[in-house]
Write a protein that binds this ligand. Structure first.
Ligand code: NAG
Ligand code: NAG
Length: 339
């Protein structure tokens, strides 16, 4: 990087000499201005303001998150998830604004397919690193794709360990997203655990500024049941609070034999900062997804199309037809058909 900037700055100084060189009789004051301008320019050209984003992607450190932008993204793109919205907005803004956090931020996102877990991860990635999921500081691991074979767990463990270490060494504000956590081998989870803890450093590397997102369907049934009970009691969905789920989630899943995740001491040791429930989506939310998707693609949002796409989804439970069984997941594909 320094070498690259050096070349550019050198060329620029040459150009300035060419421009000002022949003029021998410049008054000192304009020479002074020229020198000041040139040094300001070279200072600028070698400063992160100039090359970061233009020439290379730089690791962010120090700048707090733009809370307004994050809020706007969550408001305009995520529907029916008031708890996820509030929790993520607060947790992430607070964490990124803290110059010396005591532990990495660990969020565990739970809910059925299509409720917005991957979608929110993308929004988080874009707000933490400008290039979002394409950023070299954002790392996505999907259990069934990256760690498919149980007999290679030892290899995966070594790889994961060295990747996390290497990437956090390069950029303390690295973001790691683990999808399909409920399918992850417990041993692999054990390999990640030390990074999530309160240690000041491990082998000279501090992980305290990193962000870890765990995505899983685990607890989706409990979240649905809770939301449905609320609805049946005639209460407003927006009145559901985090505390209505927190215990259900941590205790409920701890006892679930199929989620290896919960056998580990993640919960015991309180390494997860927030359990974030993603509620099942109703028809009106699916409609909002359709309208947002149309806008995103440059079409005029059309209520009629939104109704038709939303009506194509299947809803459960069968007697109530309340929640979309794929959330908003198939909205883009279904919309193709109408546009
Ligand atoms: C934060 O984001 C808002 C909305 O996108 C934008 O208008 C504002 O300029 C941003 N602020 C900073 C400091 O970048
Ligand atoms: C960072 O993580 C990626 C996987 O996302 C890996 O391929 C790469 O080798 C890691 N970098 C370092 C320096 O460890």
């Amino acid at each position: 990087m320094a070498a690259l900037c050096g070349v550019r700055v050198g060329q620029l100084l040459g150009l300035l000499a060419l421009l000002f060189g022949p003029v021998k009789a410049l008054e000192p004051i304009s020479v002074g201005i020229a020198i000041a301008a040139a040094s300001a320019l070279t200072g600028y050209l070698s400063s992160p303001d100039f090359y970061c984003g233009r020439l290379v992607e730089c690791c962010r450190d120090g700048q707090p998150l733009n809370a307004t932008a994050l809020e706007a993204d969550l408001r305009d793109k995520l529907f029916g998830q008031h708890l996820a919205h509030k929790t993520i907005s607060r947790a992430l803004t607070g964490f990124m604004g803290n110059p010396s956090p005591k532990k990495p931020l660990v969020l565990s996102l739970h809910g059925w397919t299509g409720t917005g877990k991957n979608f929110v991860s993308k929004i988080i990635a874009e707000n933490v690193h400008k290039l979002g999921m394409k950023s070299k500081f954002v790392h996505l691991f999907v259990t069934t794709a990256h760690f498919p074979h149980d007999n290679q767990i030892r290899l995966y463990k070594d790889q994961l360990h060295s990747w996390i270490k290497g990437n956090v060494t390069n950029c303390p504000r690295s973001l790691f997203i683990f999808d399909e956590m409920d399918k992850m081998h417990p041993e692999l989870l054990d390999a990640i655990k030390p990074f999530l803890d309160y240690y000041e450093s491990l082998d000279g590397v501090s992980y305290r500024k990193a962000v870890f997102l765990f995505l899983s369907n685990a607890g989706g049934d409990l979240i649905t049941r809770q939301t449905l009970d609320f609805w049946k009691a005639g209460k407003s969905r927006e009145d559901l609070q985090l505390k209505d789920f927190e215990n259900v989630l941590s205790i409920g899943m701890f006892n679930n034999i199929n989620s290896g995740f919960w056998h580990s001491s993640l919960i015991d040791k309180n390494l997860i900062d927030f359990f974030v429930p993603f509620l099942p989506l109703e028809l009106k939310h699916v409609k909002m997804c359709v309208l947002a998707e149309m806008k995103e693609r440059g079409f005029v949002p059309d209520e009629d199309v939104a109704v038709r796409v939303a009506n194509e989804m299947t809803y459960y439970p069968k007697d109530l037809n309340l929640f979309s069984d794929k959330g908003c997941k198939t909205v883009p594909v279904k919309l193709d058909f109408y546009l």
